[in-house]
Design a protein around this ligand. Structure first.
Ligand code: SF4
Ligand code: SF4
Ligand code: FES
Length: 241
């Protein structure tokens, strides 16, 4: 007899945040991921279920959900690592508005990247030679450590300071700011430090590290935020903020 999973999935009611969990039975399969389970439900059991994914290989960052109480990327999370006693509870990410079912509205999340001056600003033109940045330099290593962020929102959904203070820029935006603060080609450094030094910026972080613990790309936003705290403190002492 086929082994079955007991799956509870958050379903919206109406257009606001209301909803409740609905129960589904899903057959187990070899190497099954949580995204496979959600896809099975939508394709075989209830086509009205809304969820988001694109690449299925851990590149696009669009499939993150709350799985058994914890934010995770679902396309790279195997059921066998998270289903206790064959039970899965799947909900949308925390700290973001729900559009429908498992789909969250990511606008605030990405607006905060802009708020942290997360855009690169250089001076080179197409007529200039490539910039040469020593791969062994401390700044290059610091930038590289955070550059592989896929914008999945797992860290943001796991941050209790975002929950308490919704204006907080959050770990992903600050990680992005840190990579740019270490980019020697970028000319927007003063504005960026001003942006991340404010009431909603790096100094609000309590350094407990849920973001670093849960990031599926093994990025450590906590380390970058500590770096920003130091840079902004030095800039303040120099009277630049
Ligand atoms: S270490 Fe800071 S940014 Fe990371 S989860 Fe905790 S409060 Fe949020
Ligand atoms: S820092 Fe990690 S958890 Fe946060 S958005 Fe980027 S990849 Fe996702
Ligand atoms: S579907 Fe792209 S990261 Fe999961």
């Amino acid at each position: 007899m086929t082994e079955m999973l007991k799956v509870s999935v958050w379903r919206s009611k109406g257009d606001d945040e209301r909803g409740s969990f609905a129960a589904y039975d899903v057959p187990r399969a070899p190497s099954q991921t949580v995204l496979d389970v959600v896809t099975y439900i939508q394709r075989r059991l209830d086509p009205t279920l809304s969820y988001r994914f694109a690449c299925r290989v851990g590149m696009c960052g669009s499939c993150a959900m709350t799985v058994n109480g914890r934010a995770r990327w679902t396309c790279r999370t195997h059921v066998e690592t998270v289903a206790r006693d064959g039970v899965l509870e799947i909900a949308p990410l925390s700290n973001l508005p729900v559009v429908k079912d498992l789909v969250t509205d990511m606008r605030t999340f990405f607006d905060k990247w802009a708020g942290a001056k997360g855009q690169f600003k250089g001076t080179a033109t197409r007529h200039d030679d490539f910039a040469r940045v020593d791969p062994q330099s401390a700044a290059r290593k610091a930038a590289n450590a955070g550059i592989e962020c896929i914008g999945c929102g797992v860290c943001y959904a796991s941050c209790d300071v975002v929950t308490w203070r919704p204006a907080f820029l959050g770990p992903a935006a600050l990680n992005r700011a840190w990579t740019l603060a270490n980019d020697v080609r970028d000319v927007n450094q003063k504005e960026r430090l001003q942006a991340v030094a404010g009431d909603a910026g790096c100094h609000v972080c309590h350094t407990q590290g849920s973001c670093s613990e849960r990031c599926p790309k093994r990025i450590e936003p906590t380390a970058g935020i500590a770096g920003l705290k130091l840079l902004t403190a030095k800039a303040a002492i120099r009277g630049e903020l």
